[in-house]
Design a protein around this ligand. Structure first.
Ligand SMILES: *Cc1c(COP(=O)(O)O)cnc(C)c1O
Length: 399
């Protein structure tokens, strides 16, 4: 692979014009300390050994690459493989990142971990890593989200995490993020802030991407074993962007085509969606420049998606860059289409996908005419659907 062509953020954390670190001055030292530590441990033998040990024996990696023959047939399309992140411990890809960052925090001598969570999926993955590695864990969560996501709140508490309710603003994810940043500024010496996706100020988008790249690296090896060649397409859902970039990045320097599927919610025209790449505009949120959902005055709009993990008004800067240079194609599917995707995978393959991953299935179906029959596609099944059963049952009016 020609390393020169692979996008790395530059010294100040930019992918083209996207990214950067738009943060209070009080956090700059901590961001630099984190970057220095990360660059040091990234290639450190002991660090890699510890990380790989937990990924294998604890998370259950490598996750399977499964040829979904019945799904392929139902879509009358290409040969579809599913990368089964739903089989990872805690039921989604998020654990790949939280274990990596928790080990890094430990090496940096930080014993206290903070995180923010919306739907609670990231919070559960952080609480899990902290219990495993004996780190103190505090999770900021909007009061409204605490009410809506009771199961994940209980999971976090059972794992020994402290939940800090946030009662400012709309009492949801972006308010929880503001509070977590405030905590970090105050307690920076002994605290590491685990961000859950490829967002936030540099070096977070790079660090989270690198930890999630295990998805793409494994897929590359597995598809060569099964097909003797690279796939034609990769497809994944895009919330803030971590499962997709983790899948795409190891194939960056090849002819493999990338398709990212965002949430169109009630429809792009309704204004109630989360399609920041498809229809968003340039702005700054949570420390980075990227495409965002904002009103005429530059105020951040509330996102909407039936999938809790896609309900975010921004997207990682590396995706913004891939869009700008046309390295990836981004499309959006509605809540309704995602529910049909959920149903299709359940009935054809006996797998209940997370509603986020159901967007990737629906996206695949939506553009199935684009593929040739002999094409090989890998779809990232980012998580399992147990957490979404109530929402789906209500939508399908099941008793
Ligand atoms: C959080 C989540 C997502 C969205 O986050 P990305 O950072 O875009 O990957 C997707 N799928 C599942 C199962 C999730 O929990």
């Amino acid at each position: 692979m020609n390393k020169k062509n692979i996008p790395m953020p530059n010294r100040t954390g930019y992918f083209g014009i996207f990214g950067g670190k738009f943060m209070p001055e009080t956090t700059m030292k901590a961001l630099e300390e984190l970057e220095t530590a990360y660059r040091k441990y990234k290639n450190d033998k002991d660090f890699t050994k510890e990380l790989n040990y937990y990924l294998k024996d604890y998370v259950g990696r490598p996750t399977a690459l499964y040829l979904a023959e019945q799904l392929s047939e139902a879509i009358k399309g290409p040969k579809i493989y599913l990368k089964r992140e739903d089989l990872a411990h805690t039921g989604a890809h998020k654990i790949n990142n939280t274990i990596g960052q928790a080990i890094l925090a430990k090496r940096m001598g930080k014993k206290r971990i903070i995180a923010e969570t919306g739907a609670g999926q990231h919070g559960v993955a952080v609480a899990t890593a902290c219990a495993l590695l004996k780190l103190e864990c505090h999770v900021y969560m909007g009061k409204e989200d605490i009410r809506r996501q009771r199961l994940n709140v209980l999971r976090m508490r059972l794992l020994g995490a402290e939940i800090i309710p946030v009662t400012s603003g709309s009492c949801t994810l972006k308010d929880a993020t503001n509070e977590a940043i405030r905590d970090w500024v105050t307690n920076i010496r002994r605290t590491h802030y685990i961000i859950g996706s490829t967002i936030g100020p540099h070096p977070y988008p790079m660090i989270v991407r690198d930890f999630q790249c295990v998805i793409g690296k494994e897929s590359r090896k597995q598809i060569i074993e099964k097909e003797g060649k690279l796939p034609d397409y990769l497809i994944a859902c895009v919330g803030a962007g971590s499962n997709s970039i983790g899948m795409f990045y190891p194939f960056y320097n090849t002819d493999v085509k990338f398709i990212g599927v965002e949430a169109a919610g009630y429809g792009l025209k309704s204004g109630k969606h989360a399609a920041s790449l498809v229809v968003g505009e340039l702005g700054i949120l949570h420390g980075a420049k990227s495409y965002l959902l904002q009103d005429k005055n530059g105020q951040i709009k509330n996102a909407h998606s039936i999938a809790p993990g896609l309900d975010y008004p921004g997207v990682g800067p590396e995706h913004a860059y891939y869009k700008k240079i046309n390295r990836a194609l981004y499309i959006a599917v509605t809540d309704k289409e995602a529910l049909e995707g959920f149903d299709l995978l359940a009935k054809t393959e006996g797998i209940l996908p997370a509603l986020e991953s159901a967007h990737a299935i629906a996206g695949l179906k939506k553009i199935s005419k684009k593929f040739k029959k002999k094409d090989v596609v890998i779809l990232c099944l980012s998580g399992r659907g147990d957490k979404d059963v109530d929402i789906v049952a209500e939508a399908f009016k099941l008793q």
